[in-house]
Design a protein around this ligand. Sequence first.
Ligand code: PMP
Length: 510
Amino acid sequence: MPDGADGVSLSARGAYEGILRRQSARESAARTYARALPIVPVRARGLTIEGADGHRYLDCLSGAGTLALGHNHPVVLEAIRKVLDSGAPLHVLDLATPVKDAFVTELFHTLPSGLAGHARVQFCGPAGTDAVEAALKLVRTATGRTGIMAFTGAYHGMTAGALEASGGAPDVRVARLPFPQDYRCPFGVGGRLGAELAARWTESVLDDPKSGVPRPAGMILEPVQGEGGVIPAPDAWMRRMREITSARGIPLIVDEVQTGVGRTGAFWAVEHSGITPDVMVLSKAIGGSLPLAVVVYRDGLDVWPPGAHAGTFRGNQLAMAAGTATLSYVRANGLAARAAQLGSRMLAQLRELGQQFPCVGDVRGRGLMIGVEFVDPEAEGGRGCWDEGGESVGLWGDEGAGLPRPVRAPGAGGPRPAAPELAAAVQRECLRRGLIVELGGRHASVVRLLPPLTISDEQAAAVLDRLADAVATAARAYPGHPPRPHRPHGTDVRQRRQNERAERAGWRGD
Ligand code: PMP
């Protein structure tokens, strides 16, 4: 069979094009990832997916952050095979089994110490959203109250209760509070001041008898908002939320569906701030690539009656075995620390890249949860704090080093408008270069990287090369916006930019 220009045989091309055609003809209009990623994966290992077109892709979507060890990691495959070969039942509702016993033991081993000693675990339906529903029901039952406090930009899932608590859906049962962020700070200041103002707003809503928000059954938050645009919550703000909720008898639910199992540079993201939540919602990586979700909570909340949260699919033995293997591999191999170290290196390199392209509005993240926000380079406004304060900026982790967070100068202009078309173009250009990335953020203008924690230095370099190339091409095609020639970091460059911004804002006359 003759080859096409791209080396793909015509019969192979016909086969995968047929699959894609049938997908778009038969599957729901609500399908998501498949629209931006028209590929047909047939094999995968680690970071790499091989498509039916014969092309290889570096997968920085990782099953929406599920694949802590990448695709088909040998320890995961071995654990699954062991269960299959043992003749154990694959489906057992919520009955006790040795496989489940091992999973819970390993899970409890990893829990924050404040919770581990007196935790209960509820197996629920296999998706993150199921665990969120269970958590909301748990705290409503335990407190006898109804309302939930949640945050702007939150994402907790697609079932009714989880959706109510997510940023996109207004609902009277959920009170929406400001989530702190630097680049698009709702108070226009960012940094510690912005986080403190957000905390005070929460406090005042709770303490003002006329705020219109009765004492809630619980507060739910993500330690790093993933779908919301990769926005890490400051550690100090997390501690404030813990203090505020503890002082008022409000259970704090931390949604670690995406941040858990080493992703952010700690095994659980709550460890960065040192807080002990009342409830943790876990899914994605805990199933080692297979569907599994649980709620872990302090035993004092365990007052719901038998059957209060039931479901047929709570006993997936293969997922528990794969999950046990994943949790123990991440723990034994220090992959959380590796994510922290590699993640901050990648962030630094991406910020270098951002210096070359005015269309890069912000670069942020924690561990191997990284986001690059694209903005309209022509519009008025500033960039993320990372280009204003040298090494001390951009990472909430810097807080631990005692470095002050920069705060946007009053009047220096807010962030530039988001550029979702540009982000989509970057995603397309990445795919053409064999790199799979996801989009997220309030305006779908954030390119997200969620590589497996096992990614090597060489692979990380290849990812960044492809991304840089994709940004250059997409930026060139964006009408009239040539890339800025690269200059090394330096006070002069920063100073010049600060002066430019100051002049634009009219508070510098010289
Ligand atoms: N919570 C968070 C923080 C998530 O990121 C997600 C999924 N992206 C969910 C909940 C919902 O998980 P699922 O898609 O498995 O229902």
